[in-house]
Design a protein around this ligand. Structure first.
Ligand code: FE2
Ligand code: FE2
Length: 235
């Protein structure tokens, strides 16, 4: 009988580099960030929201690019299990895109964040309680560590912002990785710089970030980046 990752020791999960340990650690960090957003206001809340976004999207992108294809190759019911979490990821991408366009002080913003928090926590439970324990039964610890290293490598080089029009499956998401990672991570640096720089330079950084956002918006609509999507991923 598969056991939830939540009740297992690190040794049972396959060690520090097992994909199961790495997943659980990120889920705990995501939960803390959700708490921080919910319990703070103003600039502190905005910083927590940015940190949440910078973790949730690389985490999910790396799952979609390397982990769920492995699950589909390994488990007989892998296609159905991964489709459910891809649908959750898609909804989180759409909600975050809407969130970025609403006033942080508005009721709509609070409602959108509430739904995002619910979905991020549901996604972690689906993975830790159902999907990953099944993968654990099918793979030995060495294979779990190999999967952990692959997942980690993509997680550190993946896009950091929501991209709801890109496929949640290869080959579309794999093709999207290179241009969108470059654009997102350049925008992250420009946004950081704009908070510290003197006024004229800060305005320039914000302008450059907006230009890169427009480029990213155009890139993610390229037809090859939508290839591989399961038709029911989008509601
Ligand atoms: Fe996860
Ligand atoms: Fe996930």
């Amino acid at each position: 009988m598969p056991r939830s990752l939540a009740v297992q020791t690190e040794t049972e999960l396959g060690g520090a580099l097992s994909v199961l340990t790495l997943q659980r650690r990120d889920h705990q960090r995501l939960d803390l960030l959700l708490e921080r957003v919910a319990n703070t206001t103003g600039g502190e809340r905005q910083d927590a929201l940015t940190a949440l976004c910078r973790l949730v999207f690389p985490h999910a992108f790396a799952e979609e690019a390397v982990l769920w294809p492995l699950v589909r190759r390994t488990l007989p019911d892998g296609a159905a299990l991964t489709l459910r979490v891809e649908q959750e990821h898609q909804e989180i991408n759409e909600l975050f895109t809407d969130l970025e366009q609403t006033d942080p002080g508005s009721l709509q913003h609070l409602q959108l964040f509430g739904r995002i928090a619910e979905l991020v926590r549901q996604d972690a439970r689906d993975e830790e309680d159902v999907l990953l324990p099944k993968l654990q039964e099918a793979l030995d610890p060495r294979a779990l560590r190999r999967a952990g290293l692959m997942w980690l490598a993509v997680r550190y080089t993946a896009p950091t912002r929501p991209h709801p029009t890109v496929a949640r499956r290869p080959p579309g998401n794999a093709l999207a990785a290179l241009p969108l990672t470059g654009l997102d991570r350049s925008r992250d640096r420009l946004d950081q710089l704009s908070r510290r720089a003197p006024a004229p330079l800060a305005a320039g950084c914000r302008g450059a970030s907006r230009t890169l956002a427009t480029v990213a918006g155009a890139v993610e609509h390229l037809p090859p980046l939508r290839r591989g999507e399961h038709p029911s991923t989008r509601t």
